[in-house]
Design a protein around this ligand. Structure first.
Ligand SMILES: CC(C)(COP(=O)(O)OP(=O)(O)OC[C@H]1O[C@@H](n2cnc3c(N)ncnc32)[C@H](O)[C@@H]1OP(=O)(O)O)[C@@H](O)C(=O)NCCC(=O)NCCS
Length: 263
């Protein structure tokens, strides 16, 4: 907790994480006395804008050990986190969002080098989203993902794909309005790493027209690829290996707050 400034009315303003605590300075009014007794009150502020920079492989190397340590059991995340920037086969763009000069949230997205291959256009592959625990639930991963999507849009990409292996990751993609197609089959290309993961595929360029009758080619790694358009269908796949512990009550809360809003 750090003293930020003395306010206009003599109150003290402390900064705690992303919130501020106001504490009475002049105990002459009942409100000030009440505030002083309560030792201040927390006022939630909207999350600050991240300062976003692209990282080099060397800069990423400083952070990836901490990231891998925090997500030891998630195969795809750990593998991609380890490889980013170090393996020329995975030359992803690595972005980091900083809060007050400290690294808070990461995003690694592979901007495919190839030309448009099919009717779904050019893809970016959203490999890694990671926010350090002390910065979670402030919208930072969402903010960073939006920034990356905007970069992709500017560079002429049309769609984004991802594999999602955690409930938190599912919530992030849901908040971003991404579409879900089913569970990656073990027999799919690179299925060993991503088997059981929820397949995400979504447009990043809003006015691009895509074929609507079939699943995008990139989403055909699912056993039965189909755009999951109803809450019931999404709930069914969330019973899979990575999401089994999510309770019905949690999903009720989730869809109440965040109904499917595919784009
Ligand atoms: C997933 C992760 C990147 C989210 O980071 P974050 O900065 O906290 O994300 P945001 O604050 O932008 O939250 C995005 C949405 O996910 C929800 N969410 C995030 N973590 C959640 C959790 N553990 N349980 C439930 N919902 C969660 C948020 O409430 C928000 O949804 P809402 O807007 O509908 O309320 C972070 O939890 C993380 O690094 N987890 C470990 C790695 C991982 O699982 N990555 C997923 C890769 S697909």
């Amino acid at each position: 907790m750090s003293l930020t400034k003395r306010g206009e009315y003599g109150e003290y303003i402390f900064k705690v994480g992303t919130g501020l605590i106001f504490r009475a300075g002049n105990k002459s009014t009942p409100e000030d006395i009440a505030l002083a007794k309560a030792k201040g009150s927390i006022i939630e502020l909207p999350p600050p804008n991240l300062e976003i920079h692209q990282l080099t492989a060397v800069q990423w190397d400083d952070y990836r050990t901490a990231v891998n340590k925090d997500i030891p059991s998630k195969g795809v995340l750990v593998r991609w986190s380890a490889l980013h920037g170090l393996d020329p086969n995975y030359p992803s763009n690595l972005y980091c969002g900083f809060v007050d000069g400290k690294a808070a949230s990461f995003n690694a997205t592979y901007f495919s080098r190839g030309k448009k291959k099919n009717a779904w256009g050019r893809y970016v592959n959203f490999h890694l989203a990671y926010t350090f625990p002390e910065y979670r639930f402030h919208g930072f991963a969402t903010q960073l993902s939006r920034f990356v999507e905007e970069e992709a849009r500017k560079q002429g990409y049309h769609r984004l794909k991802s594999l999602c292996q955690s409930y938190a990751g599912f919530r992030l993609h849901l908040a971003l309005g991404h579409g879900f197609y089913g569970i990656q089959a073990a027999t799919a290309h690179r299925g060993k790493d991503g088997a059981g993961a929820l397949v995400v595929d979504a447009p990043i360029k809003m006015d691009w027209q895509f074929p609507t009758d079939t699943a995008p080619i990139e989403a055909r790694c699912c056993a039965e690829p189909a755009h999951l358009l109803s809450e019931k269908e999404v709930r069914a796949v969330l019973g899979g290996p990575f999401y089994g512990s999510v309770s019905k009550e949690e999903l009720d809360r989730c869809f109440k707050k965040r109904p499917l809003r595919y784009r």
